[in-house]
Write a protein that binds this ligand. Structure first.
Ligand code: ZN
Length: 253
């Protein structure tokens, strides 16, 4: 695996024409895997990215008022980063039962985010009884070396690079191969439906993109007023559902 400017390049199996979902880290995960994404490149690209009609040009960066409710100071997100990531040290306890899936938590060095606290939020989210361990039949554990999944919070431009050939437009998150790329702009600003609870939006973002890494496809809102599935593209909109970050409470699929 090559290193470009400190960013670990996409695995070789992601050359144009290759399908991330057919050949990426999912194949390294324990089987049987849940239904994989389509093998159609365009469809899979469309399916795996958090599209957002409100995504905009860079000059709107940080102009939105961040969602209130988590009491945190506003995170200032630079458009561009170094591409170097700090990895959360140590390991979590193993949560859930089943074949083990390991993950790391990494934050691009340009972002003013507390690494240990972010890792704790990720750990708690993934270990939650409403989380993937309840529905995916896997055990999850954070490690600091040789993870199967790399959960990385990245500046918009680095997110674009890590998600390529998917186009994030600088405002979207993705799962691409071993990388679960959480766009720092979204981490800071959330999305509609979560205006009053940025922490829950972050939990949603973690669960949704890790869900892809575990092999889950997108889901639809089952009906007006229903609890949104975690695999609904809630960044894009709720389609009448109520916001929900948890796989076990909204239906996994
Ligand atoms: Zn998605």
């Amino acid at each position: 695996m090559a290193s470009i400017g400190g960013v670990v390049a996409a695995p070789r199996n992601q050359e144009p024409g290759a399908r991330q979902h057919a050949t990426d880290g999912a194949s390294r995960l324990p089987s049987p895997m849940p239904t994989a994404h389509s093998t159609d490149v365009a469809a899979a690209q469309a399916a795996d990215i958090e599209t957002d009609a409100s995504r905009g040009s860079s000059n709107e960066l940080n102009q939105n008022v961040p969602p209130a409710g988590d009491g945190a100071a506003k995170l200032i997100v630079p458009e561009r980063g170094s591409g170097r990531f700090a990895v959360a040290p140590g390991a979590s306890v193993t949560s859930g039962r089943g074949n083990l899936v390991t993950y790391s938590v990494e934050i691009e060095s340009d972002l003013d985010l507390p690494l240990v606290e972010v890792a704790r939020l990720v750990d708690e989210t993934l270990a939650d009884r409403r989380g993937w361990t309840a529905v995916a039949g896997r055990a999850l554990r954070r490690v600091s070396a040789n993870p199967m999944i790399r959960i990385r919070i990245a500046t918009p431009e680095t997110a674009d690079r890590l998600c390529a050939p998917l186009d994030t437009g600088g405002r979207l998150s993705c799962r691409n191969g071993e990388n679960v790329v959480l766009n720092a702009w979204r981490w800071a600003n959330g999305a509609g439906g979560y205006e009053r609870n940025l922490a829950n939006y972050r939990r949603y973002l973690i669960n949704h993109e890790v869900g892809h890494a575990l092999g889950f496809d997108h889901a639809s809102c089952p009906g007006p007023g229903a609890i949104a599935p975690a695999m609904l593209q809630q960044t894009k909109g709720l389609d009448g559902c109520t916001p929900n970050p948890w796989p076990a409470t909204g239906g996994a699929r």
